[in-house]
Design a binder for this molecule. Structure first.
Ligand code: PEP
Ligand code: MG
Length: 325
């Protein structure tokens, strides 16, 4: 199969009826960038920066971070690179910070919540990102936002660091898009409010499903509730895409669902613009999308979403996928 997919490496991602989307890679380490390119990634849709902070005994310095971000941006040579700010907490600990134990870490001081509480750590990362911005097409993304005030606070800190760097005479990219992950149900439900204040959304289905279903994504005993194609999840996704569309903002997805061959036809039909996944899923996804009609799946997605269960929706997609090929 791998050889068969090779012909798709340098192609763009277009549906059978000529609708273009972007297929991007999720990365967590610098070595992953080459793998993303080898697999035909048109962008990096998610760089999980926590790996720069983990497996060591102290925080990474601004320069260390700057070098890593610059490396990824240069290697991608002008293609979009979405770098997510630190998403620590939940199951990802930094022992050297000696943070207090929480009884519900996934509902606790995770990601941006932590960064807003520790602006010293956050500002260092923002400065490193801003300094690296001129080496490529950087987009900055904030994780785990639940309410507008968090977005405002994060943007404010970014703006302050930008002004400081400018005053220091540091050259920055002319324009840096700023977006947010949609992975908390409150953000999905009020996506229309957020859409006015960001340049893009990226739907983090790994967490969005966990929080919508109230089912720990690591706990096998409740894994039956982990249902990407459940009507509740598809409705949230549709709301987010619609909210983005109304404000002219692009909407991507960087959860596992973006590379799922059953979900892809529905996501294409709902109008998702960017699909970010592990590198090895990109070429199969590109081939699949080439066989799907966006127009047809736009009405099929509506039909699917009128069904009651994930099982019915999956059966519906499988039926129509085969019929269409
Ligand atoms: C997500 O939640 O879907 C996501 C992409 O982020 P992570 O898996 O790193 O939590
Ligand atoms: Mg997440």
């Amino acid at each position: 199969r791998q050889a068969e997919f090779a012909k798709w490496v340098n192609r763009s991602s277009v549906s059978s009826d000529g609708h273009s989307v972007e297929l991007a890679a999720n990365i967590g380490k610098l070595e992953d960038v080459q793998k993303a390119l080898d697999n035909g990634a048109e962008a990096i849709g998610l760089f999980r920066t926590e790996f720069l902070y983990m497996g060591r005994s102290k925080l990474p310095t601004e320069d260390e971070q700057f070098n890593s971000y610059k490396y990824v941006l240069e290697k991608m040579n002008g293609k979009p690179v979405v770098i997510r700010t630190l998403d620590i907490g939940g199951d990802k600990e930094l022992p050297y910070l000696n943070l207090p134990k929480e009884s519900n870490p996934f509902l606790g001081q995770r990601a941006l919540r932590f960064c807003l509480d520790r602006p010293d750590i956050f500002r260092t990362q923002l400065r490193a990102l801003l300094r690296a911005s001129r080496y490529g097409n950087l987009k900055i993304m904030f994780p785990m936002i639940a309410v507008l005030s968090e977005l405002h606070a994060a943007k404010q800190l970014l703006e302050e660091e930008k002004r400081k760097l400018e005053a220091e005479g540091v050259e920055l990219a002319e324009r840096i898009e700023v977006g947010m992950m949609i992975e908390v149900p409150s953000a999905a439900i009020s996506a229309d409010l957020f859409a006015k204040e960001v340049d893009f959304f990226s739907i983090g289905t790994n967490d969005l499903i966990q929080y919508t279903m109230a089912a720990d994504r690591m706990n096998e005993t409740v894994s039956y509730l982990y249902q990407p194609c459940h009507p509740s999840i598809l409705r949230l996704i549709r709301m987010v895409i619609e909210a983005g569309r109304k404000e002219g903002k692009w909407v991507g997805m960087c959860g596992e669902m973006a590379g799922d061959e059953t979900a892809i036809p529905l996501l294409l039909g709902l109008g998702l613009h960017e699909f970010s996944m592990s590198a090895s899923s990109i070429l199969p996804a590109r081939e699949l999308i080439g066989h799907l009609s966006r127009k047809e799946w736009s009405s099929l997605a509506d039909e699917a979403m009128a069904l009651k269960t994930q099982e019915e929706i999956i059966a519906f997609v499988r039926n129509h996928k085969q019929g269409g090929q």
